[in-house]
Design a protein around this ligand. Structure first.
Ligand SMILES: [Zn+2]
Length: 305
């Protein structure tokens, strides 16, 4: 499925696609949980895609977007799906400006939409990575500080990001207030199984809690080149940071401190699903749209009130 598929241009086909993804066994009432016990409402005055629950004591109307991140949105469903396809299939992401131009929606709507897509990509049940006989690379970097506006003498603040990547596996990244042994330890012991072999640079902060892991290697640049190339390296996490930075500077130009964790969820999601094809990746993200709602201040552009 590519961007020319009718689900990206026809709202009814987009809704049918979402229904098939969310309700493989027939419509599920979000109010009482009954499965395949609803009738589709028809008639000129009825919005398309509305069902009425047939369960005694419920009998409430619902649609596939109730309770989802798309709930009450004025943006047509086909544009939501197109935006998700673009964001999940572009290696460095897609900016609100690009979505605004490509989808013909206001910049403000595109901005809200993009943040809802990122929320859908965050996996609240993501467990620890690594395990015995698994190598987890950890490293920290700083994002920001390249703003072009030099009107203010004060340099832009840089934000610290810690990331852990299991070799040939998933990534978990975090925005941390500062880089200390305490913040590094909290992020790393939360996100990585302690049976893992931890690989870091020679930052002393890692040494103490590195002992809590199955093993701890530090990258020493004077080590034999062949051994370093095959085992003692942090290339995997460095590659992750390189894609993140190219995205943040090249596509998003600037990421505010308050939203950095959302961008990290987006880049983590793409890394963790890179083996899926574009269609499966977009469908996985769409499933994440259900049951998550952001409580942004409503604007007339972005939502009904
Ligand atoms: Zn019901």
């Amino acid at each position: 499925m590519n961007i020319t598929d009718p689900i990206y241009s026809d709202e009814n086909k987009a809704r049918a696609h979402l229904e098939k993804l969310q309700w493989p066994n027939g419509p599920v009432c979000p109010h009482c949980g009954s499965v395949d016990n609803a009738t589709k409402l028809k008639g000129k005055s009825t919005r398309p895609g509305v069902y009425k629950c047939k369960s005694k004591g419920c009998r409430k109307p619902f649609s596939v977007t109730v309770g989802s991140l798309m709930h009450r949105s004025k943006i047509p469903l086909n544009k939501w799906l197109a935006a998700m396809h673009l964001m999940t299939s572009s290696k460095k992401g897609v900016s609100a400006h690009q979505l605004h131009r490509m989808l013909g929606i206001t910049y403000e709507s595109a901005w809200f939409l993009a943040h809802r897509l990122r929320a859908a990509m965050r996996d609240p049940n993501a467990g620890p990575i690594g395990g015995s006989n698994k190598v987890v690379e950890a490293d920290e970097t700083f994002i920001g500080g390249k703003a072009k506006n030099r009107a203010f003498k004060e340099p832009p603040k840089k934000e610290a990001v810690v990331a852990l990547v299991e070799r040939d596996g998933e990534v978990r990244s975090f925005h941390v207030a500062n880089v200390t042994a305490k913040t590094l330890r909290t992020a790393i012991v939360t996100a990585a199984d302690r049976a893992s072999y931890l690989m870091t640079d020679e930052n002393k902060a890692y040494v103490k809690f590195g002992r809590e892991f199955g093993g701890h290697g530090t990258v020493n640049h004077s080590r034999d080149e062949y051994v370093r190339a095959t085992f003692w390296h942090t290339n995997t996490v460095e590659n992750y940071f390189s894609i993140l930075k190219r995205g943040v500077f090249g596509v998003y130009h600037h990421v505010s401190e308050a939203h950095l964790h959302r961008y990290l969820a987006e880049f983590d999601f793409r890394h963790n699903t890179h083996k899926l094809d574009d269609t499966s990746r977009a469908e996985k993200a769409l499933r994440g749209m259900v049951g998550k709602r952001l409580t942004y201040r409503r604007t007339s552009d972005a939502t009904h009130t």
